[in-house]
Design a protein around this ligand. Structure first.
Ligand SMILES: *[C@@H]1O[C@H](CO)[C@@H](O)[C@H](O)[C@H]1NC(C)=O
Ligand SMILES: *[C@@H]1O[C@H](CO)[C@@H](O)[C@H](O)[C@H]1NC(C)=O
Ligand SMILES: *[C@@H]1O[C@H](CO)[C@@H](O)[C@H](O)[C@H]1NC(C)=O
Ligand SMILES: *[C@@H]1O[C@H](CO)[C@@H](O)[C@H](O)[C@H]1NC(C)=O
Ligand SMILES: *[C@@H]1O[C@H](CO)[C@@H](O)[C@H](O)[C@H]1NC(C)=O
Ligand SMILES: *[C@@H]1O[C@H](CO)[C@@H](O)[C@H](O)[C@H]1NC(C)=O
Length: 621
């Protein structure tokens, strides 16, 4: 990244600082734009208030004041998670990848040691774990202390080289906010904790090449190693003057002396803008190998392999991926289908999720994905909490050999070791318009796995239904259709006036084909204002003979949901005011008008906390 906290999903009451991604010469213009944006937002808020509450000036002012929700300390404390990674305080953002080294998983991440928002003190936080879940915080690995990273140690990548060395390449923001690439290495490779890091004396190792803007050059990533000539290929995301996303390629033998290749790895066919946090890796497509991930660095393209190109789209702040082929001779990626290229097609997550990176875990032969999940409440509320942003539960990535059209993302198996008390429910009929409370006690840290069946007769009796349905414009769980919505309500209060709905909505075309939408509805997730609440989701393939399957990880203010065993994922941040502590409940629901839905099996586990803490004997920020 992620050089700024600008976020198109931010609530309108925020003063989203348009920092960082603007070069100095354009800052005045940006300031003017942000002023006019704020003026526009104020007018829009006023208009919205009038629209919903046309009761005169006095009550309008009251409405505005209600946005400053009177949070109590207990409510805010409850929002801190039990088993997600978060530093003890302050702001975190992009995962800067991870590695398994001498018995420890190392995790590096964008961290502001001094505040709850992004600013120029952005640094690299560091933590270690034996299982990707229980973390020990370590001292920060890198902080801005040289002219070439004066305005921040931004994102990059930590790479374990095949010869046992470790390099970190990262983007630094200079005093003038020029984006340059820098090299850092551990001081002592015998230290399993890699506590000390030194920056190369030849930094910066790369400055923006001719034709690339000073602020469009970031997130370096050593992607491939040529064993014949000992040369690394390092890719860096950018955009061209016409606003098309491009990926530059450099080769290097020593991470000091680089050669820019004349070709580029990929150029988008749509003007989708700057590509951040670019990632490229292979997935196995044949059934015999599909359950194992592959190391990109020394891999040669061949039969039974597909490649994934992923980029974080700076303009709209979502992580897109494309499936395609990779040609080593030209060092180019070509999507299988240009209409679903990176930036326009498939997403890792349809909710709140950004700046993700994967790493290859050589210990367990898997590829693991991490992304950061920002806040959607106000900066004021983050300041009250004293922290901002989460990392998702690490997800393994595999190719879907059944659909052959998407990846499968699934929480790492270690998360199942946190499961404690289990309640199991079977064959629960859900009549149209009904809810069913799952009696599981306090429902704030859960792992839920559920399978649903829709009455065949109802499907057959439906000639055509909701062919134009779309999660984001649908109105959510309160919008009833013939064959949906049905699913779960989590972080719900007893009266259901507060709840987050994760559901399926089945539509049927004139040709008789069913199309399933997987949505997460945040609209009633909190009674507090100044929070962005949306309905997120997408369509998800449900193959013949399959049930409708959901898995939901609930952890206080985060809900991570997986449809059809990982074909589609949606993550939400939610801030309930009543559905907290022992008042948090979980329900099944069916709001279809015509179909009986059966919850075939529902397993609910309570999840233990991970009690992360500073590594014994050390001091962490
Ligand atoms: C390097 O780390 C190892 C293992 O922690 C330690 O024994 C050794 O003293 C360290 N070397 C230096 C020079 O600090
Ligand atoms: C790898 O190195 C060999 C030997 O120099 C060279 O022939 C080949 O083109 C290189 N491959 C790539 C993809 O750069
Ligand atoms: C950098 O690499 C180029 C091309 O491989 C080579 O000609 C040059 O001598 C190298 N410079 C240094 C300082 O190593
Ligand atoms: C749903 O609506 C959103 C917002 O208008 C749009 O961006 C998205 O492409 C639509 N999705 C589908 C599947 O039509
Ligand atoms: C079902 O739809 C009705 C009508 O829109 C709505 O009042 C109710 O809240 C919905 N149920 C759920 C669980 O969202
Ligand atoms: C929860 O985890 C802690 C250690 O992290 C462990 O001591 C405790 O036994 C676990 N509780 C349950 C119920 O498994």
């Amino acid at each position: 990244m992620a050089s700024s906290t600008k976020d198109v999903e931010a609530p309108p009451t925020l003063d989203a600082p348009l920092l960082g991604s603007a070069a100095p010469r354009s800052r005045l213009r940006v300031a003017a734009v942000s002023l006019s944006v704020m003026a526009f937002l104020l007018v829009a808020i006023a208009a919205a208030v009038l629209y919903y509450n046309p009761g005169g000036v006095a009550s309008n002012l009251m409405r505005l004041r209600e946005n400053d929700y009177p949070w109590t300390n207990d409510m805010l404390r409850w929002q801190r998670t039990g088993f997600h990674f978060q530093p003890e305080k302050n702001f975190q953002a992009d995962p800067n990848a991870a590695m398994f080294y001498k018995g420890w998983y190392h995790f590096f991440y964008q961290y502001n040691p001094t505040g709850v928002a992004w600013d120029y003190t952005i640094s690299w936080g560091h933590a270690v774990s034996k299982d990707l879940l229980h973390w020990n915080y370590l001292p920060m690995a890198l902080r801005p202390d040289h002219w070439y990273d004066r305005k921040g140690v931004w994102s990059g990548y930590s790479t374990l080289l095949p010869d046992g060395r470790i390099v970190v390449l990262y983007t630094g923001g200079t005093k003038e906010l020029v984006q340059v690439q820098n090299l850092a290495v551990p001081v002592n490779l015998s230290d399993p904790l890699l506590l000390e890091w030194k920056k190369s004396h030849v930094n910066p190792i790369l400055v923006p090449p001719p034709g690339i803007e000073d602020h469009d050059f970031r997130d370096p990533f050593p992607v491939w190693y040529n064993e014949s000539d000992s040369r690394w290929h390092v890719v860096i995301g950018s955009k061209d003057p016409e606003h098309y996303g491009i990926v530059l390629i450099y080769t290097t033998k020593d991470f000091v002396n680089f050669t820019l290749l004349p070709n580029i790895l990929h150029s988008t066919k749509q003007p989708v803008g700057m590509l951040e946090c670019v990632d490229l890796f292979p997935v196995a497509t044949t059934d015999s190998r599909a359950n194992q991930a592959l190391d990109m660095t020394t891999m040669r393209p061949g039969p039974g392999l597909k490649y994934v190109l992923k980029a974080s789209m700076d303009d709209e702040r979502h992580d897109y991926y494309a499936l395609g082929s990779f040609d080593l001779d030209s060092f180019t990626f070509t999507p299988d289908d240009e209409t679903i290229d990176v930036g326009v097609g498939l997403r890792y997550d349809w909710g709140k999720f950004y700046a993700s990176k994967t790493f290859y875990d050589q210990e367990k032969h898997r590829r693991v994905l991490w992304g950061y999940v920002g806040e959607v409440d106000s900066k004021r509320d983050d300041a009250l909490k004293g922290w901002a942003s989460l990392q998702n539960i690490p997800r393994t990535i595999l190719f879907d050999t059944k659909t052959k059209s998407n990846l499968i993302l699934w929480p790492v198996e270690e998360v199942e070791s946190l499961r404690t008390i289990n309640k199991n429910f079977n064959s629960i009929p859900l009549y149209p318009g009904s809810t069913y409370q799952l009696d599981v006690g306090e429902a704030t840290q859960l792992d839920i796995v559920a399978e649903f069946e829709v009455d065949e007769k109802a499907i057959e009796a439906t000639a055509e239904a909701d062919v134009t349905y779309n999660c984001s414009t649908s109105g959510g769980a309160a919008n009833r259709g013939v064959l949906g919505p049905f699913g779960l309500l989590v972080l719900a209060n007893q009266e259901l006036s507060e709840q987050t709905a994760t559901y399926f909505y089945v539509s049927r075309g004139i040709d008789g084909n069913l199309r399933t939408h997987f949505c997460q509805d945040e609209l009633r997730s909190s009674k507090a204002g100044a929070i962005t609440k949306r309905v997120v989701g997408s369509t998800v393939p449900v193959l013949h003979g399959e049930t409708w399957a959901l898995r939901i990880l609930v952890d206080h203010s985060i809900v991570e949901s997986f449809a059809q065993r990982g074909r589609a994922v949606a993550t939400s941040r939610v801030y309930p005011t009543e559905a907290i502590y022992s008042s948090a409940r979980v329900f099944l629901f069916n709001n279809a008008t015509d179909a009986i839905v059966t919850a075939k099996t529902v397993n609910v586990w309570h999840m233990n906390s991970t009690y992360n803490h500073v590594f014994p004997g050390l001091v962490a920020p």
